[in-house]
Ligand binder design. Structure first.
Ligand code: PFF
Length: 463
């Protein structure tokens, strides 16, 4: 078999996996979920889910990858359970679907760099027209996909790891600079309070449930991305501590993103924290308004830096999304890496076209489906999001942990985790992971999957 390549060091792996985790989900998704779902009460739930539930899933994915040294499908074959490779196939499908629309949004963000740099803050009132200009935003998306493909084509250590090592520290620097700046604005503290002081009366079923989905998506779990990255990890590395760093980095960046955005909203709303643009429009509508109200060259500078930052975060995530199908094509279909990358990236770009058109340009894709019990139709991009993120990810996660604990068997999982982690056996961490992977995670994820399907597609809300 051809040399698959691998990460050059533990740090390289941590950076790449943290790069996968930190993305639009942290800088856009997290603050808007906090804004909609009860402020700090949401944050508390999110933290609980990340550490108690998602961390064990992450460890399991990496262990399956490292044991087999294979892609998400090949891993199940290698372990001797060919039938289970359907879970890997589902993961690859999920990666393809997520990348197809994630890239559209990343393309919008990419275009905003130029808008902010030229002080065009009025774009906030014309976001609807901006996304209607499909040739322009389509081109931005094409460029974004091409950069992603270029990085992946350079291989694991020469492309993915190198890009992450450059982009992640830069991202941290930019985000911390913006936090410090936003703290200097008037009424910034009102935002900080909303964000950090929990009001548990706001803790509804949907807050808990969204926090779970957000944690899962944000940590890139449930679709074999970390099986794939895990397959490039050295046998000497400690999977447990690596996963802990990745989780901390992801949670840390999400928390810092909140510290950047809520003070800005405090400033904009003069401390009232009214509903203003706390929804999905946050990034593309509310923030440019805020940058505009800062005014002058400061506004342009802060706005430009923000969207550069967002694109860096998105890029290390799109790279991991592309690597999942690419490693499958390279390993299983024996296609050369470069060729596989450009073919798969081109195909995914095409699959993303309906998501591009479904924001008003095409009537058909803008009102693509009407779910049972819903009053209005759902556009194609949101539909993809519901199918892939909200449904397939928790299902995939549930099946992966169930597989590891009860089919492959937890003794084998433990054996793999103990390699490179001399103190693992007999530790509290081992006991907790055994419990979480065998019972807690499959049950919670299975339940979330069923509840999501019922609520999203059939309008049946059990909680
Ligand atoms: N974790 C990424 C984010 O928060 O934006 C999205 C993502 C990347 C999800 C890779 C899944 C994945 F495999």
């Amino acid at each position: 078999m051809a040399n698959r390549g691998g990460f050059s060091s533990k740090l390289g792996f941590i950076m790449a996996a943290a790069g996968s985790a930190v993305g639009l989900g942290n800088i856009w998704g997290f603050p808007y979920e906090v804004g909609q779902g009860g402020g700090a009460a949401f944050v508390v739930m999110y933290l609980i889910f990340c550490f108690l539930l998602c961390f064990p899933v992450m460890v399991t994915e990496i262990a399956i990858g490292r044991k087999s040294q294979k892609n998400a499908v090949g891993a199940f074959n290698y372990l001797g359970f060919k039938k289970w490779n359907i879970v890997g196939k589902m993961g690859i499908l999920c990666g393809v679907l997520i990348l197809s629309f994630y890239n559209v949004i990343a393309g919008w963000a990419f275009g905003y760099i130029f808008e902010m740099a030229s002080s065009n803050f009025g774009i906030a009132d014309h976001f609807g027209d901006y996304v209607l200009n499909i040739f322009r935003v389509g081109l931005y998306g094409l460029v974004f996909m091409a950069v992603t493909a270029y990085v992946v084509s350079k291989g694991v250590s020469g492309g993915i790891e190198k890009a992450a090592k450059l982009l992640m520290p830069t991202l941290l620097f930019l985000i911390v600079s913006l936090v410090l700046y936003s703290f200097t604005l008037e009424n910034s503290m009102a935002g900080v309070k909303f964000y950090l002081i929990p009001d548990f009366s706001l803790m509804t079923g949907s807050v808990i449930y969204n926090a779970m989905g957000q944690a899962f998506f944000s940590l890139s779990l449930g679709m074999g991305a970390l099986i794939t990255y895990g397959s490039y990890v050295s046998k000497n590395d400690n999977i447990i501590t690596s996963a802990a760093f990745i989780t901390l980095a992801d949670v840390g960046i999400a928390l810092i993103a909140g510290l950047m955005i809520f003070p800005l909203i405090g400033y904009m709303t003069e401390g009232t924290m009214s509903e203003v643009g706390r929804g999905p429009a946050l990034i593309f509508v509310t923030l440019p308004q805020i940058f505009g109200s800062i005014g002058g060259s400061w506004g342009a500078a802060v706005g430009t830096i923000f969207f550069v930052l967002l694109c860096f975060a998105a890029l290390t995530s799109t790279v991991s999304l592309l690597e999942v199908p690419v490693s499958y094509v390279v390993d299983e279909l024996n296609v050369r890496r470069k060729r596989a990358v450009w073919l798969v990236a081109g195909l995914i770009y095409l699959i993303g076209i309906p998501s591009l058109l479904g924001n008003g340009y095409s009537e058909f894709f803008s009102h693509f489906v009407t779910y049972i019990g819903a009053d209005s139709a759902t556009d194609f991009l949101s539909f993809m999001n519901h199918v892939a993120n909200d449904t397939l990810l928790p299902l995939g996660g549930c099946l992966i942990v169930f597989f590891a604990a009860h089919v492959w068997k937890k003794e084998n999982l433990d054996e793999e985790l103990a390699q490179g982690a001399p103190n693992y056996k007999g530790s509290f961490v081992q006991k907790y992971l055994n419990f979480a992977v065998s019972y807690l995670a499959p049950i919670v994820l299975g339940t979330v999957f069923v509840l999501t399907v019922l609520s999203t597609f059939f309008g049946i809300n059990l909680i």
